[in-house]
Design a protein around this ligand. Structure first.
Ligand code: ACM
Ligand code: ZN
Length: 491
């Protein structure tokens, strides 16, 4: 905590705002001040009353409508006697509230006077959590969403299905709960199992919580690979008919959804329709990564499908699957997102133009997709965006597969240098991904996420010189303490 009145707002804020001017004096925030809001800011007003424990009725803090501002823009003025947040939308007002909350957390509620004018450079500012490998509680996901929203992040990509567990409740498919959601823990000999479906109530509750914080919850249903859990429950959806298991080992598995199975397509169509109803997100992520084609090459039904379509290579079958699943997403009134492998094997059948490509194996997928006219979300594992990777290349560090240093995250740019000017406009933004094979507790998840997610938040809000945000690290550690977050404190 900064106990001297020597700090300035300009030294405390991450993301660093577009414009900030320090002014003389302090505003003392305490439970007896009152908060008012003009029409249209009801959601943020309510939240402000809750987080500061204040009443409505007076204008010590005032959310004020100003026409003509961008969607997420806000102007914040803190004077000795009043705080005013101007915005055109509740979302803009909410971003202003986030800035006030951070100042309050860092200063023991003695807010330094200042003027801030702020707005983001990118619309997709996200984080992905894998809840298949490790199933986090809704309470913990809420904690993450609240903290992410303080750093102006606005997309929670919820990875809900994978080889090791299916988490989405769907009417009419009872074996998702009894088989696909549970894996036998092979390290024990007494058949104990791990995992369950989230309930619809939990999912709706989490969305309401997130949406009040202007964080969109984007569900992912993996197709056609990473599907062992589904196949264990419904073996007819696989090429060999099984038996399959909800996996308790990590990796890439040859058993994937059978591209020749019409029953599978009917299931996917129903699943996507139900997911579209359950989630208000305009986007559904359809996976697409790491799908071996070995089973398809041996499968009579897949071979038949290829003959009917005139396809000579199983790679082309994957793009057919992608297009089929995209059709289902469209029919459900939503827009598809896929991992960058969706770009492969597309020579014959192409891809729907509105498919958003998530570039994870490096920036190349994003470069290629943007050239082809697709919108792009960047999360290259080669440039710091994989938060399941270790913080440092040491035996003592926890983490998986690679290293994403704070330095790398600070140097991350959503728009690679080599990208053509016109293609740059296709980049929606970026996200950090937390895969959870190696995670057994939420404290470990925090350690891997923070402060990396805060540094990334800067680069998707308003890119800065790496050195400038690295210099803010003591502030970030302090914020983590104030937020009861376990965080990495090394280099
Ligand atoms: C991925 O990391 N397999 C998208
Ligand atoms: Zn097949």
């Amino acid at each position: 905590m900064y106990t001297h009145h020597t700090y300035k707002a300009s030294e405390l804020l991450v993301p660093i705002p577009r414009f900030i001017e320090d002014r003389e004096g302090f505003f003392r925030l305490h439970p007896r001040i009152a908060i008012a809001a003009e029409k249209g800011f009801e959601t943020t007003h309510q939240l402000a009353l809750e987080v500061f424990g204040c009443k409505a009725g007076g204008e010590d803090i005032l959310f004020k409508f100003q026409a003509g501002m961008e969607q997420e823009a806000y102007i914040l003025t803190i004077s000795k006697v009043q705080i005013v947040i101007k915005a055109s939308t509740d979302e803009g007002a909410f971003r202003g509230l986030g800035t006030i909350r951070k100042l309050a957390l860092l200063t023991g509620n003695q807010l330094p006077c200042c003027k801030v004018e702020d707005s983001p450079d990118f619309v997709w500012r996200g984080f992905m959590i894998d809840c298949s490998r490790h199933q986090f509680s809704i309470a913990f996901l809420k904690k993450l969403i609240d903290i992410a929203s303080l750093f102006h992040l606005n997309r929670f990509h919820w990875h809900l299905t994978d080889d090791q567990g299916w988490r989405i409740p769907l009417d009419g498919w009872p074996k998702l709960a009894s088989i696909a959601a549970r894996r036998t823990e092979l390290q024990y000999t007494d058949n104990r199992t791990y995992g369950r479906l989230y309930s619809k109530e939990e999912i709706l509750d989490l969305q309401a919580y997130a949406h009040a914080r202007h964080v969109l919850v984007v569900p992912e249903i993996e197709t056609p690979g990473h599907a062992s859990a589904l196949l264990a429950a419904y073996p007819e959806f696989g090429c060999t008919g099984g038996p399959y298991e909800t996996q308790d080992r990590w990796g890439i598995f040859d058993d994937v959804m059978c591209a020749g199975s019409n029953e599978l397509l009917e299931f996917l169509s129903d699943a996507i329709t139900q997911i579209a109803e359950l989630f208000s997100s305009p986007y559904i992520h359809i996976g697409g990564d790491e799908c071996p084609h070995t089973a398809w090459q041996e499968c009579p039904r897949c071979q038949d499908r290829m003959r009917q379509l005139g396809l000579t290579d199983a790679r082309f079958l994957q793009s057919w699957m992608t297009s089929k699943v995209c059709e289902m997403v469209h029919k459900a009134g939503k827009r598809p997102i896929g991992w960058d492998e969706v770009l492969e094997g597309t020579e014959h059948l192409g891809l729907p133009k509105d498919l958003i490509v998530m570039s994870w194996r490096g920036p190349e997928g994003g470069l290629e997709a943007s050239k082809r006219g697709h919108q792009v979300i960047m999360c290259p594992n080669t440039a710091g965006c994989y938060f399941d990777y270790k913080h440092a290349d040491s035996e003592e560090e926890m983490g998986n597969l690679g290293v994403s240093t704070l330095n790398q995250v600070s140097h991350f740019s959503c728009v690679p240098d080599s990208m053509q000017e016109q293609a740059k406009e296709q980049v929606l933004g970026a996200q950090g991904n937390l895969w959870t094979e190696q995670i057994t507790t939420s404290r470990q998840a925090e350690y891997l996420l923070f402060p990396r997610l805060m540094l990334l938040a800067q680069q998707v809000w308003r890119p800065q010189e790496a050195e400038r945000i690295l210099a803010m690290r003591p502030i970030l550690v302090q914020l983590c303490e104030a937020l009861n977050l376990n965080c990495y404190r090394g280099e």
